[in-house]
Ligand binder design. Structure first.
Ligand SMILES: Cc1cc2nc3c(=O)[nH]c(=O)nc-3n(C[C@H](O)[C@H](O)[C@H](O)COP(=O)(O)OP(=O)(O)OC[C@H]3O[C@@H](n4cnc5c(N)ncnc54)[C@H](O)[C@@H]3O)c2cc1C
Length: 367
């Protein structure tokens, strides 16, 4: 019998990375999963600023393995347009990308895990962690816990990462995003089942792109428009993100109203970071994603799988140093994919003639 507030594993953050970690633990070590607690500072359904674009092959791999069906509304994408001025490359594959809403997706995933036995404490915020002779002492805004393992799945601005005092900090790519109702005159993507990644502003110093994703909001047809700037090459003068986004919105006749814009960073490493220390490991945005497309839902789900097997091995060998975790991530297809996209970002933002070829490679890339 586990004493109250004493758990083998504590997961901080109930987004895709945290919940996937638990679902994978539950699949491979149900006994350990039953001694795990997840604390989430918000209450479901909680939203997360995101384009909601689900890269299918990596997501499907995880979902098939965990026996999860995507039983929420989504828009199926059959065409991905990569633009650079007049040059357009279109990748075509039926239903290879899906646009979901995070408020629904994350709630659905958390409910799936709760139905399988996950103990979630909502409205509970992780504050601090210290190593003690009895294990890790974790403080939240509600109480304190002892745990053997702490998993930081608390997103781009991870408090767990901050409390680990790691030497290397991830870079934060700024983004801006809005939702607007579909205007059939300008937003042809909804009917065409297309999504657009427009890199044209590389010529104005942007190290990123503007995206246009069709989506459903409360059953109504909407567009998600956004812009991101990786700034992976620090010596190039920063683009004026607000001005570029404003021009883009005006070109689609969307009223210019920065008050309705929302912003949140995308974390990544220029070179690989350190993702663990003794008894603590990081997953998802807390660990860092990739700077080229900035897509992290599928990566976060996959981080959960790598973390769960690492935790399992730690219990088998009674070694909780997690010295090998960063290498495990790097050697996994997850790490290889992140590295590939990091290299592509450096290449394309220093020489934009490489974009179309690189984009074609990525779209067709499957493990
Ligand atoms: C504008 C924008 C657009 C994006 N578009 C896409 C896209 O189209 N496709 C894609 O794949 N990716 C996209 N991403 C990236 C994607 O949103 C993230 O990679 C993904 O959400 C990471 O999942 P996660 O579980 O690691 O973190 P999150 O989803 O951020 O979840 C972290 C959770 O931790 C909780 N939390 C935080 N601090 C604490 C604390 N102290 N205590 C307890 N709980 C805490 C939060 O409430 C949250 O629920 C986008 C990101 C941005 C900013």
């Amino acid at each position: 019998m586990i004493p109250r507030n004493d758990y083998d594993i504590m997961i901080v953050g109930g987004g895709p990375a945290g919940v996937s970690t638990w679902l994978n633990l539950h699949k491979y070590a149900p006994e350990l999963a039953s001694k795990t607690i997840l604390v989430e500072k918000e209450k479901y359904p909680r939203d997360k600023l995101c384009g909601g674009g689900l890269q299918k092959w990596m997501t499907q791999k995880i979902f098939d393995n965990l026996h999860i069906d995507l039983n929420i509304p989504f828009v199926s994408i059959n065409n991905m347009e990569i633009r650079l001025g007049e040059d357009v490359y279109t990748y075509k594959e039926k239903d290879f990308f899906r646009v979901i809403r995070r408020i629904e997706f994350d709630h659905y995933l958390a409910n799936t895990a709760m139905q399988r036995g996950l103990l979630i404490k909502e409205n509970e915020k992780f504050l601090d962690v210290t190593h003690t002779s009895k294990g890790l002492l974790v403080k939240t805004n509600k109480t304190q816990y002892y745990t053997k393992i702490l998993v930081g799945a608390d997103g781009a601005l991870s408090t767990v990462r901050r409390k680990m005092n790691l030497l290397k900090k991830p870079n934060l790519a700024p983004t801006i995003e809005i939702f607007a109702p579909v205007n059939p005159r300008f937003d042809l993507e909804f009917d065409n089942h297309s999504a657009v990644l427009d890199f044209t502003a590389i010529n104005k110093g942007l190290q990123g792109y503007v995206w246009h994703f069709p989506c459903l909001k409360d059953g109504k047809t909407f567009m998600n428009h956004g812009i991101c700037d990786s700034r992976i090459l620090p010596n190039i003068k920063r683009a004026n993100l607000k001005e570029l986004f404003c021009q883009e919105l005006l070109s689609r006749n969307i009223p210019y109203s920065p008050k309705s814009w929302r912003s949140h960073p995308i974390p990544y490493f220029r070179d690989s970071g350190i993702l663990s220390k003794s008894n603590i490991l990081l997953v998802g945005d807390a660990a860092g994603i990739e700077p080229f497309l900035g897509g992290g839902i599928h990566l976060s789900l996959t981080y959960g799988a790598v973390a769960a097997t690492t935790i399992l091995d730690a219990f088998k060998t009674d070694d909780f140093s997690f010295e090998n975790y960063t290498k495990r991530v790097r050697d996994h297809y997850l790490g290889k994919y992140i590295n590939k996209l990091t290299d592509i970002a450096k290449l394309v933002y220093s020489d934009n003639t490489k974009l179309i070829n690189a984009a074609a490679q990525i779209m067709a890339y499957k493990h």
